[in-house]
Ligand binder design. Structure first.
Ligand SMILES: C[C@H](O)[C@H](O)[C@H]1CNC2=NC(N)=NC(=O)C2=N1
Length: 96
């Protein structure tokens, strides 16, 4: 079972993400990043690749797409906050 990030594990996992465009989400224990692409085809292609990893790891993003922009929020609904899975998925999304 995934656990909510403790005060000790939060920094080492989240700091590299916060230095790479992720932000703490207002009003909830989550992280958010906006990804920009050249056009809709590139954005949707990225979303397709991201979705395959999300499904593989059974950990799914909240996201919103308009044209070339994808706003992603990651949190773990099962623990009502951030877990290691969010950091893992964020790192994967950054590398796609
Ligand atoms: C039953 C299923 O494994 C769970 O509902 C999974 C699916 N995907 C999930 N995704 C996210 N982001 N958080 C979860 O807690 C979660 N739980």
């Amino acid at each position: 079972m995934t656990e909510k990030l403790s005060n000790e594990t939060r920094g080492p996992l989240l700091d590299p993400l916060l230095e790479n465009g992720w932000e703490l989400t207002d009003g909830r224990d989550a992280i958010t990043k906006t990804f920009k692409f050249g056009d809709f085809a590139e954005a949707f292609s990225w979303m397709t690749r991201a979705a395959i990893w999300a499904e593989k790891w059974d950990h799914h993003p909240e996201w919103f797409n308009v044209y070339n922009r994808v706003e992603v929020t990651l949190t773990t609904h099962d623990v009502d906050g951030l877990s290691t899975l969010d950091a893992k998925l964020a790192r994967k999304f950054d590398g796609l």
